[in-house]
Design a protein around this ligand. Structure first.
Ligand code: C2O
Length: 344
């Protein structure tokens, strides 16, 4: 049977997966009496997600305002910035039992739920921001780190006093240091290699993840995960995704903020990182031609989750409604994908 929405009342303190110790924060969401099945609102104007490195001053100011308002919401408002970060924690740090097999925990990473779950997560986050600034066309900026022009932590995320900046990052990776898509904590000596070599390696890595190594559906999406499966059955080809989390976070065992599941959403860059992952999912589908673009198994299509929407309603959403971003009401700025021709 498909993974089903958790029972929020069964949420417990989770586990720090970097240290395997109990978490010292409680990331369980506020309760709600009512759950409704989510109805996708009719799409009138598409929200536009710009490449962060191409975003205008006006757009950045608007985004800063929205995040500032989100941070100013009451602590127990499910749309509050920390509450939103806790959504990631709750679904990732083993806080919920699986509905249907209480001996096992729910974990949305390292399985075929990765892309759809994060798509819903960003979907509501974006709608909350849009609502706070009263702009129904607002779209999140994507961090275009698979393009040499976007391969640094962008200025908007490091500006002093900006609600988009975060002190808990690796100080050795601030701009203009080129992001390393093959980075890992085990291999983190930062010998300041030639940036143009890092760029070449990054583009090769993207080609491998998006083309050569992503042939079968499970190669790309990750392994099957249903009720009764142990968490972490297997990730898809997204080493770059994980590498960047670790690369941005502090160089400590716990790796806050970006390098640890429970805290990743406390860094605004998370949502731009994942907006790019979300775009790459759509790009990959576009590259498939006649080959299958998604699983047809009901165990995938009917998997479902709970989120608070922009009106604080707790809603149930399904994987099958995530397949096309335009049907969900948003589109991406068209950018060139330079790795397509970078076969190693
Ligand atoms: Cu939910 Cu980038 O991790």
């Amino acid at each position: 049977a498909p993974i089903s929405a958790p029972d929020l009342s069964k949420c417990t303190t989770g586990t720090d997966l970097n240290t395997n110790q109990p978490l010292d924060v409680n990331c369980c969401p506020p309760p709600s009496e009512k759950i409704t099945d989510y109805k996708m609102p009719p799409v009138t104007t598409l929200r536009f997600r710009p490449a962060a490195h191409l975003a205008s001053k006006e757009y950045i100011a608007k985004y800063e305002k929205a995040v500032e308002l989100m941070k100013a919401l009451p602590d127990d408002d499910p749309r509050n910035f920390i509450q939103q970060a806790n959504v990631h924690c709750a679904y990732c740090n083993l806080t919920y039992p699986q509905t249907g097999d209480s001996a096992l925990k729910l974990q949305v990473h390292n399985s075929w739920l990765f892309y759809p779950w994060h798509r819903w997560y960003l979907y509501f986050y974006e709608r909350i921001l849009g609502k706070l600034i009263d702009d129904p066309t607002f779209g999140l900026p994507f961090w275009n780190w698979d393009n040499p022009d976007g391969m640094v932590i962008l200025e908007m995320f490091v500006k002093n006093g900006s609600p988009l900046s975060d002190a808990r990052r690796n100080p050795a990776h601030l701009p203009p240091v080129v992001a390393d898509l093959n980075y890992s904590a085990q291999n983190s000596s930062d010998p300041s290699p030639d940036p143009s070599q890092i760029i070449r390696n990054n583009l090769n890595e993207m080609y491998l993840e998006m083309v050569r190594n992503a042939v079968k559906l499970e190669d790309f999406y990750g392994a099957k995960y249903v009720i009764g499966t142990e968490p972490d059955p297997g990730a898809g080809t997204r080493g770059s995704h994980t590498a960047l989390h670790v690369w941005v976070g502090e160089p400590t065992t716990t790796g806050e903020d970006m390098g640890n599941f429970y805290s990743a959403g406390r860094d605004s860059i998370f949502f731009s990182h994942h907006a790019n992952i979300d775009r790459l999912w759509s790009v990959w589908r576009g590259l498939r031609g006649e080959k299958p673009k998604e699983f047809t198994e009901p165990d995938w299509l009917n998997a479902n989750f709970l989120f608070y929407d922009e009106n604080k309603n707790l809603v149930r959403v399904k994987v099958k409604d995530t397949l096309e971003n335009e049907k969900m009401g948003y589109t991406f700025q068209k950018v060139h994908n330079p790795w397509l021709t970078k076969r190693p």
